[in-house]
Design a protein around this ligand. Structure first.
Ligand code: ATP
Ligand code: MG
Length: 574
């Protein structure tokens, strides 16, 4: 590619709306442009990176026995009604009507369409297993599209779905897909962790997320230093306090006047207690029913655990009006004593002696409370959010904390969709059973952005070799010197013939501008040709991720470049 013909307009200023580095660099380096919130056009460099990611995914999926299909982006409501997700997917689902008034959506995911496809053609266990994937545009009307490609509304996803005859076979397929994901992210050259994950809206009960480690990540991961248990904090199992020796205190509680004292910190300060002596009462609507969650004041509630403990499909924090209705008091004074709604408590509240809780009355709290003494009927279940320093639920070791970007997720689905949508096969005894499914997603565009979050410096992107839009950029510095131009053309020709993707910067610009652009767009290898060194038969060879350049004899430059590309790719795939 000749740079003069490439559509890659760079921007000097950091675009105002872009907060995270990948968003800034993708715009500045001319990889994409914004069309609307969370919706982008990809320019040639962007498309090339996307194609790299897709190729790696395709090769590894195919190698694992999966077959590529292509399903429609526009999906009829009927299928979503069969799975019952039309009702509860919520406003993220972009719903549209056709000219006849029929209901459709723009697919945020494809379990329904894929299950229907397989159901209609597969009838016997002999036709299984089946593992199908596609690479396609998805639309999710995210509440807060942000961070460019990390959380877009329209984005490219690889989604795969497997169909097996029974649980055992499906679990084997899950492992095959897990292994494929490891190879995919290794080949991309990313530093990542597979972590145990919650199964969210998709359901089922076994799942891993593949998290690219980056400080800008939205997800929090804990990893045990002793047993290596690694999980999304949403899911992380914590060691419960041993309270077997705990003796329930005798005595009783009192009411205190606590004017305008609402938050845990305010209550603690006013009463002269540590926050661990406060028990907070947080009100939710779980499937529209009020529920109060009790948590020790110095700890945080994990809503994913609450949702799972209540077996709820939806969980919303109660608003002010609902709090007033349930407790009879404004926000800040809710408490478990005398509260007429379902209560669930984290075990951390059991051993608090002389706790302070809201009195369900404006400007009042109870003090001297003991939950097991005053509310013996309460049930306890782990509802706490894990944090750094917590004890691992598997071995008691200590959790360390990371930030991550979820680039992929694998789910064991079981028969969640196949049972509802009647995707059944006859087994070898002639009995009809729902197929056992798994589903496997990778965010293609998110992977591209995550790669930048992990690989950049103050001058721009530093692509891993496998994802770079071009592997090499050749920068001849003096275009009026025929020998410089000739040498640049020769290297360009020979590398291209060897199958390397090369940009020849043939633009008549100052050397400084050329080198800055090469750094900004992040090409891994730069070959700079200057009249002076060329006079001595040398050209400059520089890796984007190293500060120093080396002078190499013109005669060796092709071999050296090929060797570098091969070794960087090999290192990533190992
Ligand atoms: P998140 O928790 O980040 O919203 P998710 O768990 O809902 O994502 P999945 O349903 O697991 O997403 O989708 C599979 C993959 O698609 C994700 O691992 C992620 O890489 C990608 N993805 C999901 N939502 C977005 C988005 N809004 N923008 C870009 N990529 C996305
Ligand atoms: Mg996910």
């Amino acid at each position: 590619m000749r740079y003069s013909a490439l559509l890659a307009p760079t921007l000097k200023e950091v675009p105002k709306e872009a907060e995270v580095i990948s968003h800034q660099l993708l715009l500045r380096a001319g990889y994409m442009r914004k069309v609307a919130a969370g919706i982008y056009s990809y320019m040639p460099l962007g498309v090339r990176v996307i194609e790299r990611v897709k190729t790696i995914i395709r090769e590894e999926m195919t190698r694992s026995g999966a077959q590529e299909v292509f399903l429609p982006a526009v999906q009829p409501a009927e299928l979503w009604k069969e799975s019952e997700r039309w009702g509860y997917y919520g406003p993220e689902l972009l719903r549209v009507k056709d000219r006849k008034g029929g209901d459709f959506c723009i697919g945020p995911t494809h379990e329904e369409v894929m299950t229907a496809l397989v159901r209609d053609d597969i009838k016997s266990y002999r036709q299984l297993p089946l593992n199908l994937f596609q690479i396609q545009t998805k639309f999710r009307d995210e509440v807060r599209p942000r961070a460019g490609l990390l959380r877009g509304r329209e984005f490219i996803m690889k989604d795969g779905y497997s169909f097996d005859i029974d649980e055992e076979a499906a679990k084997k397929t899950y492992q095959v897909m897990y292994d494929a994901y490891v190879r995919i992210f290794d080949r991309c050259g990313l530093s990542y962790r597979p972590v145990e994950a919650d199964t969210g809206n998709i359901g089922g009960n076994m799942s891993h997320e593949f998290q690219v480690l980056a400080d800008s990540g939205e997800d929090s991961i804990v990893s045990c230093g002793s047993c290596n248990y690694t999980a999304n904090v949403e899911k992380a199992e914590l060691q419960q306090v041993d309270d077997s020796a705990f003796v329930v205190p005798s005595g009783s509680y009192d009411k205190r006047h606590t004017p305008a004292v609402r938050t845990v910190e305010e209550v603690a300060r006013f009463l002269g207690l540590p926050t661990s002596s406060i028990i907070k009462t947080i009100l939710y609507l779980a499937d529209e029913q009020p529920v109060a969650v009790l948590m020790r004041g110095d700890l945080e509630v994990n809503e994913v655990k609450v949702k799972a403990a209540l077996k709820a499909t939806t969980l919303l924090l109660a608003n002010e009006a609902t709090v007033l209705e349930i407790t009879g008091a404004p926000v800040g004074f809710a408490g478990p004593i005398g509260l007429r709604c379902r209560l669930v408590a984290d075990p951390s509240v059991r051993t608090v002696v002389d706790a302070a809780v809201g009195a369900n009355e404006l400007d009042h709290h109870f003090v001297g409370v003991s939950i097991p003494r005053d509310l013996p009927e309460v049930t306890y279940t782990d509802l706490r959010l894990a944090g750094a320093g917590d004890a691992c639920g598997r071995c008691g070791g200590t959790f360390a904390f990371f930030k991550g970007i979820e680039v992929g997720q694998v789910f064991y689905l079981g028969t969640k969709y196949s049972a509802k949508m009647k995707a059944q096969v006859l087994n070898d005894k002639g009995e009809e059973n729902p197929m056992v499914m798994g589903c496997y997603g990778i965010g293609v565009t998110r992977t591209m952005a995550a790669a930048i979050e992990q690989n950049h410096d103050k001058d721009g992107i530093v692509w891993p070799m496998a994802l770079a839009p071009y592997q090499v950029i050749i920068a001849p510095l003096q275009l009026h010197e025929p020998s410089v131009v000739e040498e640049a053309e020769r290297i360009y020709r020979e590398l291209s013939a060897a199958g390397v993707d090369v940009i020849l910067d043939d633009r008549d610009l100052r050397p400084g501008v050329k080198l800055k652009d090469a750094d900004l767009i992040g090409i891994p290898v730069r070959i700079t040709i200057g009249a002076r060194s060329l006079g001595e038969g040398k050209v400059e060879f520089k890796l984007r991720r190293h500060a120093e350049a080396t002078l190499i004899s013109s005669a060796d430059i092709i071999a050296e470049t090929l060797k570098t590309i091969a070794s960087e790719r090999g290192a990533a795939a190992e």
